[in-house]
Design a protein around this ligand. Sequence first.
Ligand code: ZN
Length: 158
Amino acid sequence: MGEKQGAKAFKDYTPKGREKVIAAFTYSHMPYKIDRINSDSEPPSLAEMTQKGIETLSRYPNGFFLMVEGGRIDHACHTKDPTGVIYDTLAFDKAVEKAYEFYKKHPEETLIVFVGDHETGGMGLGIGKNYFLKLKEVWIVSINTYSQTPINTLIMTR
Ligand SMILES: [Zn+2]
């Protein structure tokens, strides 16, 4: 991108040849998705970065390796922030969707691997003697979100 800076320059960038690219948007971690829910500008979403990474690397004829980390999911787990976990997991899911779109175009030569580096914060789907995962009840859970409303209006109903 040369002299261009910021998310707009990133979004406007079109990969050329085998140009080497680096894009850095923060001095440290990406902000949590919930903290930028009403902002489409800075920094780009994990899905946008994934898409741009695929566009850039797929120009190489001998294949490529791309690692995408939804690292803020873990950080939200460390701080026992379930809303942060949910929103960053959904953001990660959108990034996975970009990888899957590429896979659908190149199924014979694409492998997508999902792993969790470790569990943090004790979140689980059932643990101990008195609480067990009840799959029949999980199926009827729905989540409603409203984009223009603050964090505490995340409504879970069952
Ligand atoms: Zn951790």
